[in-house]
Design a binder for this molecule. Structure first.
Ligand code: KIV
Length: 281
């Protein structure tokens, strides 16, 4: 908190400075209420393109559009004060080259108010990352398992085992040298995550990449047990909100059918009574 009473948001240079210190904490958010919850405890709020699978029921992230990311980004912006807001660039919005990437990333920043974008890819994206970061667009990179390349990989498989580790290391180095302020490392072996974290100058943020990283990210709906279509090994469930929601909906349906709900305390009489917070009587 500054002396003026205004909360100062975390900045990309502060993330870079956190390398090797207390681990950075990042979670996804797609809505204003979730952004508020994440903001209270996290350094970075990621509007991930996982939103397509988690909230929109898509089979992969490939169908996510720029418009979807902007709509969710605007909602998240309204819920954040302190966390650094990063918005994922969706599939097809940046891969053509630096000009396309700049045009779309600038639109995302202008319309959502985010402070940075994330894009997937290693060496092949280095030129684009250099172009963006040189023109005022901070970039979080994403290497290892990059879900937008699921068809190329043939599934959501662990990346960088054995000799393939050298390629992921080269990717991480290339994006860091191109100016990325952090690198998400997804689904790589612990030994490789440790090697990359040692050899790359900016923080590594792991998802399925062990505690060897400089920070961690999870999809919030996964760790809360709200997204239950599948559960990757790297997800720890800190709550089972999906089960709780299912029980609550079951109870509501039963009470409505039994005429138990609404009860007397939920019903308006002819004369006003003491108002509940936010309610009108
Ligand atoms: O889309 C997303 O939520 C992500 C994180 C899982 C890193 O890219």
């Amino acid at each position: 908190m500054s002396v003026s009473g205004q909360v100062r948001a975390v900045t990309p240079p502060q993330v870079v400075a956190a390398k090797g210190g207390t681990p950075l904490v990042c979670l996804t958010a797609y809505t204003t209420p979730m952004a508020r919850l994440v903001d209270a405890h996290c350094d970075i709020a990621l509007v991930g393109d996982s939103v397509g699978m988690v909230l929109h029921g898509l089979p992969s992230t490939l169908g996510v559009t720029l418009e979807m990311m902007i709509m969710h980004g605007k909602a998240v912006r309204r819920g954040l004060e302190r966390a650094l807001m990063v918005v994922d660039m969706p599939f097809g919005s940046y891969e053509e080259g630096p000009d396309q990437a700049f045009r779309n990333a600038a639109r995302v920043m202008a319309e959502t108010g985010c402070a940075a974008v994330k894009l997937e890819g290693g060496e092949t994206m280095a030129e684009t990352i250099r172009f963006l970061t040189g023109r005022g667009i901070p970039v979080m990179a994403h290497v290892g398992l990059t879900p937008q390349a699921v068809n190329t990989f043939g599934g959501y498989t662990v990346q960088g085992r054995g000799e393939a580790g050298d390629r992921v290391l080269r990717d991480a180095k290339a994006v860091a040298e191109a100016g990325a302020f952090s690198v998400v490392l997804e689904k790589v072996p612990e030994s490789l995550a440790g090697r990359i974290t040692k050899e790359v100058a900016v923080p590594t943020i792991g998802i399925g990449a062990s505690a060897a990283c400089d920070g961690q990210v999870l999809v919030t709906d996964d760790m809360l047990g709200m997204f239950t279509d599948f559960r990757p090994k790297f997800v720890k469930r800190y709550a089972e909100l999906g089960n709780e929601a299912a029980s609550a909906i079951e109870a509501y349906a039963a009470e409505v059918r039994a005429r138990v709900f609404p009860a007397a305390e939920h019903v308006f009489g002819d004369t006003p009574k003491a108002a509940l917070k936010g309610d009108t009587q």
